[in-house]
Design a protein around this ligand. Structure first.
Ligand code: IPE
Ligand code: IPE
Ligand code: MG
Length: 253
């Protein structure tokens, strides 16, 4: 099947937003008797091919968990190497992202990163900001609890200044202050590496996402593996609290 036909195949059932926990780099390397960082390097290759595939298929947004707020607990050496890899990837990949019309955004508490890394992030965001294709969000030093907390803090400040009444606070207002307020909520969540947990990723935004877990380690997650996840997604009935019959009725109307 050609790519165009495949996109057609998912027609109407293609997720607008895919969010991925890219897990299993360390185990991938360990199995090969290689240092963990070799797994992270191999993971960058997967990342590149998955971004390309999402762009080709017409997925609107892709969010990738690259470094969690808890990952600082890893050995200093691994954290340092991950930061280095992040800088190198930003420098190397920006050109490719532009060629593919991808707009990059990095979400998370960036203040803990080095000045150099923060600068590279702004540069890459700036260089890709006019692109109109896939919106790529990289979650770095991101935590779902941090995201909700920073949203609440912004609202509390408005309240303190007298610009906001407590009674006016509703779900939509909280959502509007989260990191991805201008993006559709993720329709499909994927976690590679065999663990079945959220690990403080997008806590608010995943409320109604379809959750797909695979044992495949991230460096082995090819576009074909993504297609399998998309096929699985296309077969889900999303009910949002309604009954299955109601959903069928709405579809026919
Ligand atoms: C995910 O792979 C990448 C990051 C968290 C940066 P891991 O490094 O967690 O790989 P495993 O889980 O140890 O195999
Ligand atoms: C989650 O993976 C974070 C990223 C993939 C960046 P971890 O491997 O850190 O998750 P836990 O700690 O095992 O749940
Ligand atoms: Mg892991």
């Amino acid at each position: 099947m050609s790519e165009g036909e495949q996109a057609q195949e998912y027609h109407g059932k293609l997720p607008r937003h895919v969010a991925i926990i890219m897990d299993g780099n360390g185990r991938w390397a360990k199995r090969r008797h290689m240092p963990r960082v070799a797994g992270h390097r191999a993971g960058v290759e997967s990342l590149r091919s998955i971004i390309q595939r999402c762009g080709e298929l017409g997925v609107e947004a892709l969010t990738l968990f690259a470094f969690s707020s808890e990952n600082w607990r890893r050995p200093e050496k691994e954290v340092g190497l991950l930061m280095e890899l992040f800088i190198i990837a930003l420098q190397r990949e920006t050109k490719r992202l532009n060629e593919r019309n991808v707009r990059l955004r990095v979400i998370g508490d960036l203040s803990r990163f080095s000045d150099k890394l923060q600068k590279e992030i702004s540069k890459a965001e700036e260089k890709t900001k006019v692109n109109t294709g896939l919106l790529l969000a990289i979650a770095a030093n991101y935590g779902g609890r941090w995201d909700i907390t920073q949203a609440v803090k912004k609202l509390a400040l408005q309240l303190e200044k007298g610009d906001l009444a407590a009674a006016a606070v509703d779900e939509d207002m909280v959502f509007q202050h989260l990191c991805m307020a201008d993006m559709p909520e993720p329709d499909l969540f994927i976690r590679t590496g065999g663990e079945q947990r959220i690990s403080n990723f997008l806590l608010w935004q995943l409320a109604y996402s379809e959750l797909y877990f695979t044992d495949v380690l991230w460096p082995d997650f090819t576009p074909k593996e993504l297609d399998t996840a998309l096929e699985w997604f296309a077969g889900r009935q999303r009910r949002f609290g309604r009954t299955g019959d109601q959903v069928e009725q709405i579809k026919r109307a």
